[in-house]
Design a protein around this ligand. Structure first.
Ligand SMILES: Nc1nc2c(ncn2[C@@H]2O[C@H](COP(=O)(O)OP(=O)(O)O)[C@@H](O)[C@H]2O)c(=O)[nH]1
Ligand SMILES: [Mg+2]
Length: 371
């Protein structure tokens, strides 16, 4: 066998140009359009060099501020920061943001220095050299932070694909092992229409729906399944755990007593016991679902997302737990806010144009993203 490449060898995808290429292209193009004014040609030469320095650096600065702006208007919530930390590593977000801001400052300083230098330089050749040197340094400053810009863009995309949870609203996080019926229950309990399927990890990231409690609006969050392994977890599992830890005011822990999920009740109970110990202040309501198929002898509440059995009683229990401290009159029945039929799409959350909070309008909520 020779070392010839076979036709079936996988081709590496063409690398995308780093962000600096686009940013610098725009900056240099804009700088090339300057129209210097001045009485004499030497005046105009000097002015042209100065304007090129000022305009190219200002354009780059504006682009860098735009890359960072997404994270400060509005500020990320603690929970969003925790999700980002889980997916991208501790501290990486802040590091990239700091490096971006520092680069912007350095570029401002560099431009000030070069502008001053144009006043001490004369002759088109020397001025041309000065601008070229400035462009070179500007380019290397921007190239240096390519990985940071790329990371911030990826973080922005990651957050766009997750619902924005209102940190002030009561939040029911529905969690449990994979394939036990979490998404089916979320659909029963809220306006969300997550994808339901009989294989594990249908739900790879969190999704939110809402239920109107009368006195308040409950956020109901669907989470990816957690296998409850002591030391290891995949990104979807760690997202679920962070949601329990960082967003839940109540956890609905769903157990499947049938053999359909592929996990024994004992395995599931072990995770329930672990979380109960790990989150002592958090109300955890355990329910056994799929009661239309099988019931365990336990004293736990039994429900079925398929037939709706046990759901009103479950609501009554949940409602007591989220009752506001001020003691507004209790409401008899929680009403789920179903979106109108035409708005029932794969995006899950209400796309019905119902008024949402400013924050949730900003980012679209997704349910059951099967990515
Ligand atoms: N018979 C029955 N099947 C259910 C029930 N809830 C969910 N399932 C089925 O169980 C499978 C997994 O459901 P899903 O909601 O996607 O589980 P998740 O992975 O925990 O979100 C799907 O095939 C559902 O149709 C239930 O109450 N009764
Ligand atoms: Mg699911």
């Amino acid at each position: 066998m020779g070392r010839t490449r076979t036709a079936t060898a996988p081709r590496t995808p063409r690398a995308r140009a780093p962000p600096s290429v686009g940013i610098l292209d725009i900056a240099f193009h804009r700088a090339s359009l300057v129209t210097p004014r001045g009485e004499t040609k030497p005046d105009r030469d000097r002015m042209r060099a100065e304007l090129k320095v000022v305009r190219s650096s200002a354009t780059v600065g504006r682009h860098l501020r735009l890359e960072a702006r997404r994270f400060s208007h509005p500020e990320l919530t603690e929970f969003e920061r925790s999700l980002v930390e889980g997916a991208f590593g501790r501290g990486t977000f802040d590091r990239s943001l700091t490096r971006l801001r520092r680069a912007e400052e350095r570029i401002r300083g560099l431009a000030r220095e070069a502008t001053r230098e144009t006043h001490r330089t004369s002759g088109p050749d020397d001025l041309g050299d000065l601008v070229r040197r400035f462009y070179g340094r500007l380019s290397s400053f921007v190239r240096e932070i390519d990985p940071d810009i790329e990371r911030l863009r990826a973080i922005g995309q990651f957050l766009d694909q997750r619902p924005h949870l209102d940190p002030a609203a009561p939040t029911l996080v529905v969690a449990g092992f994979p394939n036990v019926g979490k998404s089916s229950l979320v659909a029963r309990l809220s306006s969300a229409r997550p994808k339901v399927a009989d294989y594990p990890f249908t739900t790879l990231s969190i999704a939110v729906g809402h239920a109107d409690l009368g006195f308040d609006r409950l956020q109901v969050v669907d989470t990816p399944g957690v296998l409850g392994r002591a030391k290891r977890s995949n990104p979807a599992e760690s997202e679920a755990r962070r949601t329990v830890e960082g967003a839940a005011t109540i956890v609905l822990f769903v157990l499947d007593p049938t053999d359909r999920s592929g996990h024994t009740l004992e395995e599931q109970e072990t995770l329930l016991a672990r979380w109960t110990a790990e989150f002592p202040g958090l109300p955890i309501v355990a329910v056994e679902t799929k009661c239309d198929v099988a019931r365990s002898p336990s004293a736990r509440r039994k429900v079925s997302a398929t037939t709706g059995e046990g759901i009103p009683e479950l609501w009554a229990e949940l409602r007591k737990l989220v009752r506001p401290k001020g003691g507004l009159p209790p409401v008899e029945e929680a009403t789920v806010e179903p979106p109108p039929a035409e708005a029932l799409n794969d995006d899950g959350d209400d796309s019905a144009g119902r008024p949402r909070s400013r924050m949730s309008r900003r980012r679209s909520s997704r349910s059951g993203p099967d990515r």
